[in-house]
Design a protein around this ligand. Structure first.
Ligand SMILES: [Zn+2]
Length: 258
């Protein structure tokens, strides 16, 4: 299952996914915020880029200049708050020279500019040596750009901008991710036939607003037509129960062959 102990650039064929961060917004279990690294033969991208992403990516020795882009599910800090740090590093440390693509909800460009200004005043107006190319999610619309296709599905969550589950395609493999969401039938569409479906499971028993509990998800799992399901984004209660539920769960640094 584990292709590589660390997320180094040793992928010669096929695809793998590394959980750079598998935590929630509260640092439960000492885990990093949400950030997944997908590596195909020629394309590398992140799914979400939570506030702790840059530290976690460097801990995993990821070549940041090899990233083609970032697919965002929604604009909460634990899912997109790492972007100002990633872009600052690209500008000043990694010396990025090629474009970076950012797929996200309508309004991502403005929210990101405001966040960059709040954290590093002047950074959003500084001339960059690389382009940032934004693509706004349109619900249910598959967009193929630069060898990575993204189809977003509306999520039942609230973040000051539309929230999505995403279905990504690269190298003939499908990786779907729930993002943050309460149960919605859109998850079935997002996950159908996916090689890997990563699903949030924020709590064990009691549904939190805008999130899934194990109790709710377990009842719906038979309708999820993915080839493999892995849970992430777990609170302390859920983390304590995870090992005995008979389903795969993410940990920081775990790499799966897709
Ligand atoms: Zn959220």
């Amino acid at each position: 299952m584990a292709a590589c102990a660390r997320a180094c650039d040793c992928r010669n064929s096929g695809m793998d996914l590394t959980f750079i961060g598998s935590g929630d917004a509260f640092g439960s279990g000492g885990r990093f915020n949400t950030c997944f690294l997908v590596r195909g033969t020629n394309r590398r991208f992140l799914i979400d880029c939570g506030a702790t992403a840059l530290v976690a990516l460097k801990r995993a020795s990821v070549d940041l200049n090899a990233l083609d882009g970032v697919v965002l599910t929604h604009l909460h800090g634990d899912h997109f708050g790492g972007l100002p740090f990633l872009l600052l590093d690209a500008q000043l440390m990694s010396k990025r020279a090629r474009p970076i693509f950012i797929w996200g909800p309508e309004g991502t460009e403005a929210r990101l500019a405001a966040l960059r200004e709040a954290l590093f005043p002047g950074s959003s107006k500084a001339a960059l040596k690389f382009a940032i190319e934004f693509a706004a999610h349109r619900p249910g619309e598959r967009r193929d750009g630069n060898g990575i296709a993204v189809t977003p599905y509306p999520a039942a969550h609230s973040a000051g901008a539309p929230c999505f589950s995403v279905r990504t395609e690269c190298d003939g493999k499908i990786v779907a991710y729930s993002g943050d969401t309460a149960w919605t039938e859109s998850l079935v569409d997002a996950a159908r036939g996916a090689d890997l479906f990563i699903c949030e499971c924020s709590s064990f028993e009691r549904d939190l607003p805008g999130h899934l509990s194990w109790r709710t998800l377990a009842a719906r799992l038979p309708s999820i037509g993915a080839k493999r399901v892995v849970l992430t984004h777990m609170n302390p209660d859920m983390l304590a129960q995870a090992a005995q539920l008979g389903i795969e769960t993410a940990t920081d640094g775990l790499t799966l062959t897709v």
